[in-house]
Design a protein around this ligand. Structure first.
Ligand code: ADP
Ligand code: MG
Length: 158
C-alpha cells in the first residue's frame, strides 16, 4: 500500500496506528535516506506500546531496548555496522524475545535478514529539503505479515 504523509506529527500517528496492530516477535524493516523519518515513525510505535522514554536514533549503539511498555521494543540501526560486525549482535535472539523489532538500514545486512517481515519505505518526493511531505510504501513478506498489512489497510481512511 502507499500513503502520503504531510507532517512529522502525521508520521508519528502512522507509527502509533501500526504500533497498536503489532504482535510479539514481529519485524519491521524501515527503509529510507537519512532524515526520511524512520526514527520519527518509531516514536509513534513506542507511544502505542506505552513507552514513555524518549526514542532517539540508536546510531551509536546499534540496538536500543525499551522494556517498560506492554511489550519490548528493540530499535535497531544498522548504519554504523562495519562489515562482519553483525556477529556482535545476536539477531536470532532478538527475534524471539517477545518484542517488536524496528530496524533502520536493513539493506546493510541483507544476507542476515529473515524471509518474512513488514517493510516500510519512506521517500521524500519533493526536491526542497524542508518539505514535510513523505511517501510511505508498505509491503509484506510472508502470510503473517500479509495479514498485518491487511489490518493496516483497514485502519487507514479511504
Ligand atoms: P531517519 O531516522 O529516517 O534518519 P528522522 O526521523 O530521525 O529520520 O528525522 C526526520 C526529520 O524530518 C525529523 O527532523 C522530522 O521532524 C522531520 N520531518 C518533517 N516532516 C516529516 C514527516 N512527514 N515525516 C517524518 N519526519 C518528518
Ligand atoms: Mg534514524
Amino acid at each position: 500500500m502507499e500513503l502520503t504523509i504531510n507532517s512529522d506529527q502525521a508520521m508519528q500517528e502512522l507509527g502509533q496506528t501500526i504500533g497498536q496492530l503489532l504482535a510479539p516477535n514481529e519485524l519491521i524493516l524501515l527503509q529510507g535516506d537519512l532524515g526520511a523519518g524512520k526514527t520519527t515513525f518509531t516514536k509513534g510505535v513506542a507511544r502505542a506500546l506505552g513507552i514513555k522514554r524518549i526514542v532517539k536514533s540508536p546510531t551509536f549503539t546499534i540496538v536500543r531496548e525499551y522494556l517498560e511498555g506492554k511489550m519490548p521494543l528493540f530499535h535497531m540501526d544498522m548504519y554504523r555496522l562495519e562489515d562482519g560486525d553483525i556477529s556482535s549482535i545476536d539477531l536470532e535472539d532478538y527475534y524471539q524475545r517477545g518484542g517488536v523489532i524496528l530496524m533502520e538500514w536493513p539493506s546493510l545486512i541483507q544476507a542476515e535478514l529473515p524471509s518474512q517481515y513488514l517493510e516500510i519505505t519512506i521517500q521524500r518526493p519533493d526536491e526542497e529539503l524542508l518539505s514535510t511531505k513523505r511517501r510511505v510504501q508498505i509491503t509484506a513478506q510472508g502470510a503473517k505479515y500479509q495479514e498485518l498489512l491487511a489490518k493496516i489497510k483497514a485502519s487507514q481512511p479511504n
